[in-house]
Write a new protein. Sequence first.
Length: 114
Amino acid sequence: MLPLKPVDFLVLLVLERGERHGYGIVQDVEVETEGSVRLVPGNLYAVLHRLMEAGLLEAAPRRPEEDERRRNYRLTGRGRQVLAAEAERMRELVRLAESRRILKPVVDEPVGTG
């Protein structure tokens, strides 16, 4: 499954916080990327279908009060594992770039400062 396509990673990342419907995913990805990634519905549903086929997401059960046309999606256990593995893979790549002095290492600020 690895490496994930960047858009797949972003969709899994926003679903890690909980189930979302398609438009909510679009909005969350835009917020998380500060507007640099904007998903269009046709592309989003192709991504969702691919991730569902891979067993990384599933359609959440509908709640009685919800619009029948709106479908929510959520991560599966496998989706969480793949998301974590991909994040770890990317961390190792960043560490390599830092060790080669391509990137400056990120220094965490102590809590309560800044």
